[in-house]
Design a protein around this ligand. Structure first.
Ligand SMILES: NC(=O)c1ccc[n+]([C@@H]2O[C@H](COP(=O)([O-])OP(=O)(O)OC[C@H]3O[C@@H](n4cnc5c(N)ncnc54)[C@H](OP(=O)(O)O)[C@@H]3O)[C@@H](O)[C@H]2O)c1
Length: 320
């Protein structure tokens, strides 16, 4: 089959595409891949900087959308079903195998490219906002990196949960994407975003969702109202912030970690219930993954470099 493989740890440019890669074998749902989602972890994997370090060479790609070729008899899936699936590795290929509990029927409202952007970002957004951040209807949420994959997903999920959203972005183009994702207000990361967010929220937000980290974290804490929560999701900004915990005491606020994979992958029932909640948000029209860039498989390096260079918006997808 055709697949992209990481053959050395020399970064995105060193990934190779070939047409004689053996098809995967093993238990699970066998999916004929139509689209594969590309994300930050694959950029890190190309340099050996991600926590998961498979033996070289390997096919990266944590999530796909496609058509079922075969499924275990105890699943409710059958040949020909459209699905979104999370194989964890092996997605940048014509065929991938995913565990049954990480394979979801793809609603008709979404195409394959949108399906390839559904699991990692939307399950993370729901997990971080609702299960970890305890977001409730009527609250106000500030989303950093709001035009990115996790960011656009968080804007849509937060709205679906009845919250009002304020997006933080770095450019005009990203502001347009955040608005397309439904942001109620947009502020610029290089401007007085904290003051603007406090003003726009009438005194402070209830929740900050932060996939960026770095210098802005202290200002995120300052933008919370009493009882506010800052949910830590990632560090695309490059540095891991440190918190002076007296701030939490003085303002009665919280910092909460949200590591989706580590928490949910051993809990199939929880994953299915998050999937059902996302399905509900698709049905009610709140969730529509925004595909910012599409590449054919042979341009996989360009897809990774777009993310690496801070140029990605929404979900970056390989189409097979
Ligand atoms: N905790 C979890 O369970 C979990 C799950 C999924 C992903 N993640 C993590 O969440 C983070 C975001 O993932 P994503 O897919 O949303 O990434 P993405 O689509 O590339 O978006 C990341 C955003 O970060 C902002 N950013 C700020 N400084 C940056 C820099 N120096 N380089 C690149 N981006 C920078 C950019 O927005 P501006 O240009 O507007 O600032 C960018 O849009 C990653 O670290 C990923 O590993 C965590």
């Amino acid at each position: 089959m055709r697949a992209a493989r990481i053959v050395s740890l020399d970064g995105p440019g060193a990934i190779e595409v070939s047409s004689d890669v053996p098809e995967p074998t093993g238990e699970g749902v066998v999916v004929e891949v139509r689209a594969a989602g590309v994300s930050f972890p694959e950029v890190l994997q190309s340099r050996g900087e991600y926590q998961l370090k498979p033996e070289l060479p390997f096919v990266p790609g944590s999530e796909v959308a496609g058509v079922v070729r075969s499924a275990p008899t105890d699943s409710d899936l059958s040949e020909g079903d459209r699905v979104a699936a999370f194989p964890m590795l092996g997605g940048f290929a014509e065929v991938a195998i995913a565990p049954t509990f990480l394979t979801f029927r793809l609603p008709d409202a979404l195409d394959f490219a949108q399906g390839a952007g559904l699991i990692l970002n939307y399950h993370t957004a729901y997990f971080a906002l609702k299960l970890r951040g305890r977001l409730v209807e009527g609250e106000q949420v500030l989303v950093h990196g709001a035009a990115g994959g996790v960011g656009t997903a968080a804007l849509q999920v937060a709205r679906g949960l009845g919250a009002r959203t304020i997006a933080v972005v770095s450019s005009d183009a990203k502001e347009a994407v955040a608005r397309e994702a439904g942001a109620d207000a947009v502020v610029r990361s290089d401007g007085p975003w904290r003051e603007q967010a406090v003003e726009a929220s009438g005194g402070g937000v209830d929740l900050v969702l932060d996939p960026v980290g770095g210098e802005r974290f202290t200002d995120s804490l300052r933008s919370l109202r009493e009882d506010g929560r800052a949910v830590v999701v990632g560090f695309t900004g490059g540095s891991i912030p440190e918190v002076r915990v007296n701030r939490l005491l003085l303002r009665n606020t919280e910092v909460i970690g949200a590591g989706w994979g580590a928490y949910v992958l051993g809990k199939p029932d929880l994953i299915r219930s998050i999937g059902a909640a996302i399905d509900g948000l698709i049905e009610s029209g709140f969730v529509r993954p925004i595909v910012g860039a599409r590449f054919p498989l042979h341009r996989v390096a360009d897809a990774l470099e777009l993310i690496d260079g801070r140029g990605a918006t929404g979900k970056v997808v390989l189409e097979l």
